[in-house]
Design a protein around this ligand. Structure first.
Ligand SMILES: [Zn+2]
Length: 642
C-alpha cells in the first residue's frame, strides 16, 4: 500500500488539464474577453511605453505616495511589470485553451520588448531601467522589485508550457541567474528579500520547469533569511540615507518580516503578501522535506482559518493595510477582502497539499476559489470586484477597471489555470482535490494515464471519473470527500467502497491496478445548509448564511423585497426548493419561505412597545460569486435569524 502522506505532490502543467463544464465556461469568457481587456488597459495606462526601450522614456504618470514624515518611495507605477506579467500569464493560458494567432502575436511583441529591455547582466525591470536608472536593489522594502521579477518568471513559465516557445523563459532565466548571483549567503552577496513576497513561489515554479535545483535553493534562501536581525530593511534605509522610522506602514508585520518565518505564529499585515509568503514556505517544505516549516505553517493556517477568514474564503478585512486586524474582526459591509487575497489563500491551500492530501486545506481552497475569488470576475468576464464585501446597501458595483489593477489579471490567470489546482501528482499517486468537468492526462507509474471527470459540479454532487490507460497501471487514486458533505458515497465499477477503512484526512484512497475504462463514481449529496458563526464574530451574531455544496449564497435586491435586513430566517430549509436560473448561466438558486418585518399597520409612531408585523414571503438566494451581474441593488450574505 502506498503511504500517500510520505509523497511529494506537485501540480500538473497547464496542457495536462482541459477544462470543461463550469470552469470551461469561465475560462472561455476569460480567453475571449478578459485577456483582451487586460492587455488593452495595460496599453492605455502607458505600461508598454515604459517597457519598450525603442520608445522615448515616458513621463511618470502616477505620483509617489506622500504621507507626512514618511519616506515618499512608492508609486504603483513601479510595479507595472507585475500587472503586465499577470496579464501575459492569463493570455498564455487563454492561447492554450483557444488558439488565437492575433493574441499570440501581441504577447510575442511584449516578450520582445522585455528581451530588448533586458540589460547585459540579465537585469530586467522597466521602472529601474527606464524611470530611476542606477537605483536598483536600494529599496527592497517598498519597491516590489523581486515581486515584479517573480510575476514575470511565472508568466514566462506559463507561456513556455502553453506554447512551447522558449524566448520569454530564457529572458527570465537570465534574470533569475542575476538574482542568484546578487542574493545569497556569500560575503559579496545581498542578504535581502522582497517586501512583497512572490519571488519565492516563482522560483519554485522555475526550478520545477527547468529541473534546476539552484532556483529551489534560492527560494529557500529568501524564506530562511526573512526577518533576521539586524533587520535588512532598516539597514537598507540607513544605506540610502533615510530613517527606518520613515517606513510608511510603520511595522515590519506589514510584510511578515517582523520575525524569522519559523518563529511566526500569527497571520499579520498585508493579506496578499502573507499568503504568497506561506505559499513559498509550503513549497519549500515540500521540495526540501523541511519539517521545521510544518509547525509554523500549521499554526498560521489555524490562526487564519479559525479566527480571521470570511465564510466566503475572503481574507483581510482592513483597507488601511489591505490586510489583517484583530481575530474575529470580520465586518461584512466594509470588508476589504481583496479578490487577490482570496486567490492567494487558494494558492497557499493548494501548496499545503504538496505533502499529501488533506481535506483541511482542499476544502478551504475550494471555498476561496468558488466564492471570495470568483466573485471578482463578472459572468461575461468584462467587469471586476477589487473589494468583496458580504453586505452591500446597493452602492458597491463591479469596476470596468481599477486604479491599482492587480485583481483583474489575477482572477483571469487563476480561472484559466484552475486545472493545475484540481490535481496533485506524485510518482505513482494522484490526488483529486477539486471537482469539475475536465479531461486530464498524467504520467503515473511510468506511463500516461487520463482521467475524465463527468459532472455538473458545483451545481450537482455526482462525479464520474473515467480512467484511460494503454496498459493496466497501478497507482493510488485519492479523492477528496468534502467536509460540507454529510453522507458521501464512492463506488468503483459499481462496487461500493468502504469509506470508514479507505479514508484518511478526508480523502478516500483507492490503490489498485487500473485498466482502461475503469470508472469511479462519487455521490456528494448537496443539502441546503444553514451556517452560524462563532459568537465572537460580532457582525454575524444572530445571523445565518446559507450554503449548498461548496457555494455560499446571498440575497440580492433584484430577486427579493428590500431592505434585505428586514428578512428573517426561520428554519424550514428542508422545504427549500432549488431551481436553475437561466439568466445566470444555469446557476442553482435556493427558494425558501422567510419572514419579513413590515411597516404595514405600524402607524406613525417612530417607536412602539410592540414588535413589527412579520409577513411570510419567498426568499430567493443566489450563489455569492454571481452577485451584481444583473440589476444593481442590495446584497446580503448573513441573514437575521429568528
Ligand atoms: Zn488585487
Amino acid at each position: 500500500m502506498t503511504d500517500v502522506s510520505q509523497l511529494q505532490f506537485r501540480p500538473p502543467a497547464i496542457p495536462d488539464v482541459e477544462l470543461r463544464g463550469f470552469w470551461g465556461e469561465r475560462a472561455d469568457a476569460v480567453a475571449s474577453t478578459t485577456v483582451h481587456i487586460l492587455l488593452d488597459r495595460c496599453a492605455e495606462a502607458g505600461m508598454f511605453e515604459q517597457i519598450d526601450p525603442t520608445r522615448p522614456v515616458p513621463r511618470q504618470r502616477l505620483p509617489f505616495h506622500r504621507k507626512e514624515g514618511k519616506e515618499p518611495t512608492v508609486t504603483t507605477q513601479m510595479f507595472w511589470d507585475s500587472d503586465v506579467a499577470k496579464a501575459l500569464e492569463a493570455a498564455a493560458y487563454a492561447i492554450h485553451r483557444k488558439p488565437d494567432p492575433a493574441l499570440e502575436a501581441r504577447v510575442d511583441e511584449i516578450v520582445d520588448m522585455f528581451a530588448a529591455l533586458q540589460r547585459e547582466d540579465g537585469y530586467c525591470n522597466s521602472w529601474y531601467l527606464r524611470m530611476q536608472p542606477g537605483r536598483e536593489w536600494t529599496n527592497l522594502r517598498d519597491c516590489h522589485e523581486l515581486y515584479c521579477a517573480g510575476h514575470l518568471i511565472e508568466a514566462a513559465v506559463a507561456y513556455h508550457q502553453a506554447t512551447g516557445k522558449r524566448k520569454f523563459l530564457d529572458v527570465m532565466i537570465r534574470y533569475a541567474d542575476l538574482i542568484e548571483r546578487r542574493f545569497g549567503p556569500g560575503a559579496d552577496q545581498m542578504q535581502g528579500y522582497c517586501g512583497h513576497e512572490e519571488i519565492e513561489l516563482a522560483l519554485i515554479k522555475l526550478g520545477r520547469e527547468t529541473g534546476e535545483q539552484r532556483y529551489l535553493d534560492l527560494a529557500k534562501f529568501f524564506i530562511d533569511v526573512r526577518g533576521r536581525k539586524p533587520h535588512y530593511f532598516d539597514l537598507e534605509a540607513e544605506r540610502r540615507g533615510a530613517s527606518p522610522d520613515g517606513f510608511v506602514h510603520g511595522t515590519h508585520e506589514y510584510s511578515q518580516s517582523h520575525l524569522p518565518v519559523r518563529e511566526q505564529t500569527r497571520v499579520v499585515g498585508h493579506a496578499v503578501r502573507a499568503m504568497y509568503l506561506y505559499c513559498g514556505m509550503a513549497d519549500v517544505a515540500t521540495e526540501f522535506h523541511d519539517n521545521s516549516l510544518t509547525e509554523p505553517l500549521e499554526m498560521l493556517w489555524s490562526d487564519l482559518t479559525e479566527r480571521q477568514m470570511y465564510v466566503t474564503g475572503g481574507i483581510g478585512p482592513e483597507e488601511h493595510n489591505e490586510g489583517f486586524s484583530d481575530p474575529y474582526h470580520l465586518p461584512n459591509e466594509t470588508a476589504y477582502a481583496e479578490t487577490c487575497a482570496a486567490i492567494a489563500l487558494a494558492f497557499w491551500a493548494s501548496r499545503m497539499l504538496g505533502r499529501g492530501p488533506n481535506r483541511v486545506y482542499a476544502d478551504v481552497m475550494e471555498t476561496a476559489f468558488l466564492n471570495g475569488a470568483l466573485s471578482g470576475l463578472s459572468v461575461e468576464g468584462d467587469r471586476f470586484f477589487y473589494e468583496n464585501p458580504l453586505e452591500s446597501g446597493g452602492c458597491h458595483h463591479r469596476w470596468e477597471w481599477h486604479r491599482c489593477p492587480c485583481c483583474p489579471p489575477n482572477i483571469a490567470r487563476a480561472v484559466t489555470s484552475i486545472g493545475t489546482y484540481m490535481y496533485g501528482v506524485a510518482d505513482d499517486a494522484l490526488a483529486v482535490h477539486l471537482y469539475g468537468a475536465n479531461r486530464a492526462t498524467f504520467t503515473l507509474g511510468g506511463g500516461r494515464v487520463s482521467i475524465e471527470q463527468e459532472t455538473e459540479y458545483p451545481w450537482d454532487g455526482r462525479v464520474v471519473l473515467k480512467i484511460g490507460t494503454e496498459t493496466p497501471r497501478r497507482f493510488a487514486l485519492s479523492l477528496r470527500l468534502p467536509g460540507w458533505c454529510a453522507n458521501p458515497s464512492v463506488s468503483v465499477g459499481g462496487e461500493a467502497v468502504d469509506l470508514s477503512s479507505a479514508s484518511r484526512s478526508g480523502y478516500v484512497t483507492i490503490d489498485r491496478e487500473w485498466s482502461h475504462g475503469d470508472s469511479v463514481t462519487l455521490d456528494l449529496p448537496m443539502a441546503v445548509t444553514a451556517l452560524r458563526a462563532d459568537p465572537r464574530i460580532r457582525a454575524d451574531r444572530g445571523r445565518t448564511a446559507l450554503t449548498r455544496g461548496p457555494l455560499v449564497y446571498c440575497m440580492e435586491e433584484t430577486d427579493n423585497d428590500t431592505p434585505l435586513d428586514t428578512i428573517l430566517l426561520d428554519g424550514g430549509f428542508e422545504r427549500a426548493e432549488i431551481s436553475k436560473m437561466e439568466e445566470l448561466g444555469g446557476a442553482v438558486a435556493i427558494r425558501v419561505p422567510v419572514g419579513k418585518e413590515t411597516h404595514k399597520g405600524w402607524g406613525r409612531a417612530l417607536y412602539k412597545a410592540a414588535p413589527p408585523r412579520v409577513e411570510t414571503v419567498l426568499g430567493i438566494f443566489v450563489p455569492y460569486f454571481l452577485w451584481d451581474n444583473r440589476d444593481p441593488g442590495e446584497m446580503l450574505v448573513w441573514i437575521r435569524t429568528r
